[in-house]
Design a protein around this ligand. Structure first.
Ligand SMILES: NC(=O)c1ccc[n+]([C@@H]2O[C@H](COP(=O)([O-])OP(=O)(O)OC[C@H]3O[C@@H](n4cnc5c(N)ncnc54)[C@H](OP(=O)(O)O)[C@@H]3O)[C@@H](O)[C@H]2O)c1
Length: 173
């Protein structure tokens, strides 16, 4: 499957992820980024997702966080219910159309691999923010867990503090 489907919503949607210098987002499904990302990455994540107003997670990622992030609508992909968050099983286009009807203009797709892949394959992602942290895992979870066929436009590169590189990419749809 590719990311060539037509975007039905005018919502802006971005992926936000911290990656190691060798390209991993975690060692395994229960490994939280809080253990290895910089304070600058955490600050950028907090500021950019609050600006968007909506954070979307998969269930595995939500379990590593354990509670809703304050000041944002929290949406978790799950068949179960969790206190303080909305859970959904909707296809990405449908979720984004619903959010747009509710007055949201942007959604932050916050992982993990399964959720990044689902949104990328649906062709609804406009932008990716990747913060590259100066660590290697050697093996682990990739940003995506299925085939993706996407071309990107490098929009900006910014050093965050002494250690971290923030890359902003646009997706050529
Ligand atoms: N470095 C970073 O920036 C970053 C960011 C986010 C996450 N992560 C890491 O990524 C890892 C987790 O990634 P992951 O791919 O294992 O899991 P995930 O994307 O967080 O969650 C996947 C799970 O969400 C549920 N789900 C997915 N689609 C669904 C749907 N349509 N309807 C209902 N439920 C649905 C399923 O749960 P069930 O199978 O239980 O039904 C699925 O197994 C963790 O280690 C986390 O720390 C890293």
């Amino acid at each position: 499957m590719t990311n060539k489907s037509i975007k039905s919503s005018t919502m802006k949607t971005f992926i936000i992820a911290a990656i190691t210098a060798d390209g991993f987002i975690a060692k395994n499904a229960s490994h939280t980024p809080l253990e290895w990302t910089s304070k600058e990455d955490k600050q950028f994540f907090s500021q950019r997702t609050k600006q968007a107003g909506v954070v979307v997670f998969g269930q595995n990622t939500y379990k590593t966080i354990g509670k809703p992030l304050p000041g944002r609508l929290n949406i978790v992909y799950s068949a179960k219910q969790y206190e303080g968050v909305e859970t959904t099983q909707k296809p990405p286009e449908e979720l984004l159309a619903d959010l747009e009807k509710r007055g949201f203009k942007e959604a932050a797709i916050c992982g993990g691999s399964a959720i990044y892949t689902m949104f990328m394959q649906a062709g609804v992602v406009d932008t990716l923010y990747l913060t590259v942290e100066p660590v290697f895992f050697g093996q682990g979870m990739n940003l995506f867990n299925k085939e993706i066929d996407a071309k990107l436009i490098l929009k900006s590169m910014k050093k965050l503090g002494d250690t971290t590189m923030l890359l902003e990419y646009g997706v050529e749809n």
